[in-house]
Design a protein around this ligand. Structure first.
Ligand code: ADP
Ligand code: ZN
Ligand code: ZN
Length: 728
């Protein structure tokens, strides 16, 4: 009998859960797990993904229908399994989980054609009638342009662009039977800039690894060569040679005929890693990231699928690269929370990488100078204790800001002036963009709040009057000249943002150039890359910016790094606050003193006794993690438990709380904290439950079921429930 395809509909409707069975006709013999099909569904036609093929179905023969057509690009079977697992593991729907593994541009809605395919150009070829026409052996009359075009076609098929004529001209020649029009497939390769590759020098591998690198590499190669899964943590400060270890491991995987995935937190902020893989492996590398056009992404995807490219470098979505025979997955800068996706499916690419590596018997290597507690606990540790160049890490000074009213400590100011005198470079990290954190009326104490969210507005001064902006919903309004409550014109501005520090430094350090890097500057296309390139090219200068300035770029002339307000991350009400602050200070320290001039790091804080800062000042990741692990164990936080957030948003607080309480009632067996109100966001009142579970999978499925049950109540149509497993 003919076989049956079990098809998961690729629609975002939560209620529609497959799989549904279809009969595979003989002419679609090639259809298997991973095929994308256009199928009839009721009176509609929708896209579906084959998740299983079997020879039995419960559907009566007269009800069983056939797919309409298979689409050209399918997905490796292994990725189908990964997508389905992910949907369950993060409380999402199969369609959303599977959408992650589909070829770029495959519609998840009900439209019938995929959004991208191999780019095709229409190309004209001369017909025998056309040949006769230019030879003058027929009575066809040609205009001079038509004659010229046909003469060129006599030398071979060409596109309208190559012929220099309008598409309409070719179309009319086709109608007259003088040319035939066909398709030519072309691959779009992203240009060097888009691929994050600026300087194109071919980097030869260093001939000798350091002893520490050699030992780490051997520990990676051992399971790789045995084709056995292993999860390894490569702990090493910036400049300790981690990337060189990744490169050699990838080389070994390729030599085995296997493939590799290399994940970076964000291409724009970590261009060096991507570039070095391209330099070492050339065309065998495909780069996937969101700044590529859909067409470019599709073509890179295709090259991976066809085996032309065997290494995929990219941010979190690279974990879904359609590679077969995977031997190695690298997660660079594994501490970076950018690996967590903040929209449904809220997956953590590091977890997905671990899962995928396990499924395909590949070796997972996570690298960082400041590993997460989770990785420290779970993985085998490899260590690169010193920088390759044997330079010392820069000394870190904690500057006590208590009692000071200026944005910068006098010592930091002096150090920056010294940078100007010696024409060197400095980086200043400011945790908030804009001018000042909030504004307040000096007479009546009024603060300016967002009308849609319960948060204060931030002053931005892109022009002299300025505007007040909400960093949560995008609302903005002109900055007021006087207080609407009491009429006072005395307004005080509290807290320093990137714009204000930039302006102050520009004045204090003139003529030293000051560059700013934050989300506002990044909004321009290539804004990040441009600013980094300008700072790189300048003979001297200061780079002021948000956390982006602490990520993996390498500027050897930077001799000073200042953290303007370490308390901003410390005060964040989250159990990862210490870990984040430690990582931020350490990463910034890694940015300074990479050249022969050495460097120093200054951390401004109101709480210089905080242990995470004291550990960071000593470059003591191990000591920090030891204490952090004890604290997490005592408080029953990850990695000693799994956290799941359930957030409810509604048009009033009471409804949000009540709905959250209904979910909580169904979770009797689990440890549940809340409901606790969250601040109002975009006019929605919110309430949150925190579930702490020792056993992850059953807790996730219990929470998923509870949320589905409560959410099915039609009275709650306007209430939104969101589950976030392992929130970051
Ligand atoms: P990380 O990834 O830990 O920051 P890298 O692998 O980028 O470290 O190494 C830092 C620098 O040292 C790079 O310029 C790299 O080319 C160089 N390097 C790495 N390993 C060696 C080695 N064994 N001998 C000489 N130079 C090396
Ligand atoms: Zn007032
Ligand atoms: Zn707002």
């Amino acid at each position: 009998m003919s076989s049956i395809a079990r098809v998961e509909p690729l629609t975002t409707a939560r209620a529609l859960r497959g799989p549904f069975d279809y009969r595979i006709p003989h002419e679609m013999e090639g259809v298997g797990v991973g095929s994308v099909l256009l199928v009839p569904f009721g009176r509609r036609r929708i896209l579906g993904l084959v998740v299983d093929v079997c020879d039995h179905t419960e559907v009566p023969p007269d009800k069983l229908v056939e797919p309409l057509a298979p689409l050209e690009a399918g997905v490796p079977a292994e990725l189908v399994e990964l997508g389905r697992w992910l949907a369950d593991a993060y409380c999402s729907t199969p369609a959303r989980g599977l959408a992650l593994v589909l070829p770029p541009g495959t519609g998840t809605a009900s439209h019938a054609t995929p959004g991208a395919s191999t780019r095709e150009l229409l190309e004209a070829a001369l017909t025998p009638a056309g040949r006769d026409a230019i030879a003058g052996s027929s009575r066809t009359r040609l205009g001079p342009k038509q004659h010229a075009a046909l003469s060129r076609l006599a030398r071979g098929p060409s596109t309208a662009g190559e012929l220099g004529v309008a598409h309409g001209t070719l179309a009319s020649l086709e109608r007259r039977g003088l040319v035939s029009i066909g398709r030519r497939a072309v691959a779009r390769r992203p240009s060097g800039v888009d691929r994050g590759a600026g300087k194109r020098v071919t980097a030869a591998a260093p001939r000798v690894l350091t002893d520490a690198q050699a030992a780490a590499l051997a520990a990676v190669l051992e399971p790789l060569e045995a084709r056995r899964h292993a999860a390894l943590l490569l702990h090493g400060v910036t400049g300790s040679g981690k990337t060189e270890v990744y490169l050699r491991a990838a080389d070994a995987a390729l030599a085995q005929g296997r493939s590799a995935i290399v994940m970076v937190p964000e291409i724009a902020l970590t261009p060096q890693t991507a570039r070095r893989f391209e330099e070492r492996f050339g065309e065998r590398v495909a780069i996937l990231h969101s700044q590529l056009s859909l067409g470019e992404r599709y073509d890179e995807w295709r090259r991976l699928c066809d085996g032309q490219a065997r290494i995929c470098v990219g941010p979190r979505s690279a974990v879904f690269a359609p590679l077969t025979d995977l031997g190695l997955i690298v997660v660079d800068e594994e501490h970076d929370s950018a690996y967590k996706q903040e929209s449904d499916p809220r997956y953590d690419a590091r977890e997905v990488a671990e899962r995928r590596a396990r499924m395909s018997g590949a070796v997972l290597v996570c690298g960082s100078a400041t590993p997460r507690a989770e990785s420290w606990q779970r993985m085998r540790k490899l260590s690169l204790p010193a920088r390759v160049d044997n330079l010392d890490l820069p000394p870190v000074e904690l500057l006590d800001m208590r009692g000071l009213r200026h944005a910068l400590h006098p010592d930091a100011r002096r150090a920056l002036e010294d940078v100007r005198t010696r024409a060197r470079k400095a980086i200043v990290l400011v945790n908030r963009r804009g001018w000042s954190a909030f504004v307040e009326c000096r007479d009546c104490g009024r603060t300016w709040m967002c009308p849609h969210c319960d948060v204060t507005l931030t002053l931005h001064r892109d022009d002299p009057t300025g505007r007040l902006a909400c960093h949560h919903c995008g609302h903005w309004q002109p900055a007021a000249r006087s207080c609407p409550d009491c009429g006072s014109t005395a307004v005080s501005r509290h807290g320093a943002g990137t714009q204000r520090v930039e302006a102050e430094l520009r004045e204090a350090l003139a003529p030293l150039p000051v560059f700013r890097l934050d989300a506002d500057a990044a909004r321009r296309k290539h804004g990040i890359a441009e600013t980094l390139a300008q700072f790189d090219a300048a003979p001297a200068g200061v780079l002021v910016g948000t956390q982006m300035v602490a990520q993996g770029h390498d500027f050897p002339e930077v001799e000073l790094a200042v953290v303007q307000d370490a308390d901003a991350t410390l005060r964040f009400p989250d159990f990862r606050a210490e870990e984040r602050t430690f990582a931020l200070v350490s990463q910034l320290a890694g940015r300074s003193g990479r050249g022969p001039g050495g460097g120093r790091v200054m951390v401004q804080t109101m709480s210089p006794a905080t242990t995470c800062l004291r550990h960071a000042a000593r470059h003591d990741a191990e000591g920090f993690l030891g204490e952090e692990m004890d604290r997490r164990r005592a408080l029953h936080y990850p990695p000693f438990s799994t956290l799941i957030h359930v957030s409810v948003s509604a048009l009033d607080q009471e409804l949000a709380d009540r709905t959250a309480a209904r979910v909580a009632e169904r979770l009797g067996a689990l440890e549940v904290l809340g409901p606790a109100p969250l601040f109002r966001l975009k006019d929605m009142y919110r309430s949150r439950l925190v579930v702490k579970a020792a056993d992850r999978a059953p807790a996730v499925s219990a929470v998923g079921a509870a949320v589905r049950e409560v959410g099915a109540d039609r009275k709650l149509r306007n209430v939104k429930l969101v589950v976030d497993v392992d929130p970051q």
